[in-house]
Design a protein around this ligand. Structure first.
Ligand code: KOT
Length: 833
């Protein structure tokens, strides 16, 4: 690496190499320097925000030095890189994570204490980076942590939204959305104004003859500029610091179109600028739903084109032949959102670089892998052909050609199956015609994976069945999701992490999570159980305080904490949970005071955002809050039942909530939740789960043992028949659920009309999510939970056993599987310095 600096200057550069701080004094010096120079403040007006900013800047300087060395090393060794394309990266806070990953949190804690600050308060000043909706975005963030920790040469590519997921406020029991402007002061990004890419939209395609060859030229469109912003991603206990590159949109030609400006057309020059900036302005707030908006397609192409330009530019520096592209580059598509990358790379290779179609297509398909995250039909992306034609005329031609060659090969293999061609065509012959993005992603990739075993089986037997026939089963694989134990155990639950370390021979388990299995031999250790229980209790006290501070409701930390936090969606069935809560309330009300005394106190905790346009999800939030308003002030009930809705669930709240749960709910209709990842977070933090046989719950059960999980409900294989029976047979509602409905309709929880649609969905509209079918089993299983919790000693033993068997669910295991089975990349081993 050094050799790249000319001999005469080398000595001066080496002599002045930056040395990062390693101790308290060094850290304090940096903080004071940043307070007094970068922030232009003084020790006399340094508040917690300034302390946060200066601490972050001190760590940022450290990261960027390691970032530089990592990039130099990767460039020098010229090995294959992974590019993870995701429209969402739900990163949460960076400071705490950076301090822990570089192993200097204690140093910072002591240093800040000497300067007059508590590190917990300083860390809390940071705004979450919330560039995602839920599981899909958080998975991308966990993957970045694992890629860096395992020393893979890897880059994330995303959009730098000015507004991330909205902030949720609950006003009079209803969700209100408030914009999340998070970029005010963000020390974690480096603007790269020198890295800009011109992105074209609209225009037309002209044929031209160059050297006897006819080529297609895409011309006369509108240009928008993409500007790169880099976010350093530190690995845990390694100098490797990878890059997340986020693109921001800007009008081309600088601030204004000066010609328009000078000719007096000031307004329209500002309007042009605003239109360009709109592209990266806001994250679409839908989880598991695609609404086919033009701006969303613009976002997708803008981000994909900028990223590919960058990737191709980096590859070209190595002066290798195009056929080596797939040996140097692996691109993973996080769902179908970046599928246009397939078309864009084909366009670059054929139109710009002049490769033959077949040669180019071989390179393209060897480069891409596609991860599917959902089977819900409303979430599968389809774009109207007319819209693609208008926005990206050349890309539509290429899509048609890809489809033509694909269908020709299918016809050859299945000569007598006309319907097969209709079924698998990338173009759906509907009114209007649509481009099916998942099919395009399959055809343009060499591997397709689901995110949990059941889910990967389901895609092979349902939505992608025909493609398994066409390509054979080997193109389809499973990579069960995982979570990073650094953030979700070490950072979120430091006391538990420390207790575990004391039994597992130090912190190595954070890099090899299977080491957790050493806990199992201590399960019978009374002192260990006691410490374990104390930590859980302390975490519950912390959450109880947060509940008191934010809702005013006092909850008893000795109660069983029952938690369901995730996006609000009918398939995730928060309605089943709240109906169950009402059932519990009615049962308690029907008891004598003596009977009540024998009951186990419970706190039902909900949290999660509803997509702003998802009316039914908003009704569910309203019902939860309405039930809470009645139950929480009912003096007959007291501590026996509290119902809490926590406002604005996000990554940093999850870090507080997961460690405080006794039981968490993962109760989706079987076959609908592709994986789920919060189920893993809750078990890893010493909580048990109640769940359906869905997604990763099934593999969690296999790992931790059936006696350590509360499973209930119908199985995925029976769902279709049940739905059919609801629609075509006679549909009777569970009698206990019926009583719950009657109580709601009596007005016990406010105006019954507000909730009539939720009830009608079950009674009149075929109960698509099987709430009634699973209700009895759900209630019975909650009774088992109560009974089990009464025996605290055994409960704690179950928790410890479960944690000891969770090693499989680290995102490190996941990333190693992707690396081996899909990317064919190896880590770049680094010496420590
Ligand atoms: C789909 C369209 C737009 C935005 C988000 C999605 C989406 C999210 N599709 N699947 N997911 C979730 O992905 C997680 C990570 O794999 C899964 O654990 C979860 O079950 C999916 O619902």
């Amino acid at each position: 690496v050094e050799a790249s600096i000319p001999e005469p200057q080398r000595e001066a550069w080496k002599r002045n190499q930056i040395t990062s701080f390693t101790d308290k004094d060094g850290f304090e010096k940096e903080v004071v320097r940043h307070v007094e120079t970068t922030l232009a403040r003084s020790m006399f007006n340094c508040d917690e925000i300034a302390a946060y900013s200066a601490t972050s800047l001190a760590f940022r300087d450290r990261l960027i030095t390691h970032w530089n060395r990592t990039q130099q090393r990767q460039t020098y060794r010229d090995t294959k890189r992974v590019y993870y394309l995701s429209l969402e990266f739900l990163m949460g806070r960076a400071l705490d994570n950076a301090m822990l990953n570089v192993g200097l949190k204690n140093v910072a804690q002591d240093g800040l204490a000497e300067l007059g600050f508590r590190i917990e308060d300083v860390v809390k000043q940071e705004h979450d980076a919330a560039l995602g909706n839920g599981g899909l975005g958080r998975l991308a963030a966990c993957f970045l942590d694992s890629l860096a920790t395992l020393n893979f040469p890897a880059w994330g590519y995303g959009l730098r939204y000015r507004y991330g997921i909205f902030k949720q406020e609950i006003i009079d029991g209803y969700q209100v959305e408030v914009p999340d402007y998070w970029l005010d002061f963000n020390p974690w990004e480096f603007p790269r104004h020198d890295v800009t890419v011109d992105i074209q939209f609209f225009g037309q395609v002209n044929k031209k003859t160059v050297g006897g060859k006819t080529i297609s030229v895409w011309e006369a469109g509108e240009i928008v500029q993409a500007v790169a912003y880099d976010v350093p991603i530190p690995g845990y206990d390694t100098p490797t610091t990878n890059n997340l590159r986020l693109w921001s949109s800007k009008a081309s030609g600088g601030e204004f179109d000066f010609q328009k400006f000078n000719s007096g057309d000031y307004e329209s020059s500002v309007a042009d600028q605003q239109r360009a900036e709109t592209i990266s302005a806001v994250l679409y707030p839908n989880d598991n739903l695609e609404r086919g908006k033009e701006l969303r397609l613009k976002q997708q192409y803008f981000w994909v084109a900028a990223s590919l330009y960058d990737i191709v530019r980096r590859f070209k520096k190595s002066r290798r032949s195009w056929n080596e592209f797939p040996d140097q580059v692996a691109i993973q598509l996080n769902d179908t959102h970046p599928t246009l990358a397939i078309v864009e790379l084909q366009r670059i290779l054929v139109d710009v670089e002049g490769l033959e179609w077949d040669n180019a297509w071989e390179i393209v398909t060897s480069t891409f892998g596609y991860t599917n995250h959902t089977v819900l039909p409303e979430a599968l992306e389809k774009w109207p052909v007319g819209l693609v034609q208008h926005l990206l005329p050349r890309h539509l031609q290429i899509i048609y050609d890809i489809n033509l060659f694909f269908l020709q090969s299918v016809e050859k293999a299945f000569p007598d199956d006309r319907d097969m061609l209709r079924r698998v065509s990338i173009i759906e012959e509907s009114q209007p015609k649509m481009v099916r993005m998942a099919f395009l992603a399959i055809v343009g990739s060499h591997k397709v994976n689901g995110v949990a075993e059941l889910h990967s089986d389901l895609i092979k037997t349902t939505i992608f069945k025909d493609f398994v026939e066409i390509y054979g089963p080997d193109k389809f694989t499973n990579v069960t999701n995982g979570i990073t134990p650094r953030r979700w155990l070490h950072q979120a639950n430091p006391r538990l992490s420390e207790l575990i370390a004391s039994k597992c021979g130090g912190n190595d388990f954070l890099k090899d999570l299977t080491i957790l299995n050493q806990l199992e031999k201590h399960v019978e250790d009374k002192q260990f159980r006691k410490e374990w229980a104390e930590i859980k209790y302390a975490n519950k006290v912390r959450l109880a305080k947060h509940i008191k501070d934010t809702t005013g409701v006092v909850v008893n930390p000795a109660s069983l904490f029952d938690v369901q936090v995730k996006r609000i969606h009918e398939y995730k069935r928060q309605q089943l949970n709240i109906f169950g809560v009402i059932h519990r309330y009615l049962s308690l009300k029907a008891m004598t005071p003596d009977q009540r005394k024998k009951q186990l106190p419970r706190v039902s905790i909900f949290g999660g955002k509803a997509a702003p346009g998802y009316w039914m999800a908003k009704q569910i939030i309203h019902l939860i809050n309405s039930v809470g308003a009645v139950v929480n002030k009912d003096e007959d009930i007291g501590d026996l039942l509290k119902v809490i809705f926590l406002e604005d669930y996000n990554v940093s709240k999850a870090e507080m909530i997961c460690p405080a749960s006794d039981i968490s709910e993962h109760i989706s209709t079987a076959g609908t939740e592709a994986s789920g990842t919060s189920n893993m977070k809750f078990v890893l933090n010493g909580g048990l789960i109640i769940g359906t046989c869905d997604g990763a719950n099934i593999e969690i059960t296999r790992e931790i043992g059936e006696s350590n999980i509360f499973l209930f409900g119908n199985l995925s294989e029976d769902v279709e028949d049940l739905r059919h029976a609801h629609t075509y047979g006679s549909h009777t509602i569970d009698s206990d659920l019926d009583k719950v409905f009657n109580e709601i309709e009596k007005g016990t929880f406010g105006t019954p009309h507000d909730f009539s649609a939720m009830i009608a969905a079950v009674r009149q509209h075929g109960d698509y999510y099987l709430v009634s079918d699973d209700f009895h089993s759900y209630i019975e299983t909650h009774q088992l939970v109560d009974e089990a919790y009464r025996n605290q000693d055994e409960w704690i033993a179950k928790c410890i056993t479960s944690v000891s068997r969770m090693g499989f669910f680290t995102s490190d295991r996941c990333i190693n599987e992707y690396a081996e089975e899909i990317w064919n990349v190896e880590p770049l081993v680094v010496d420590r310095h």
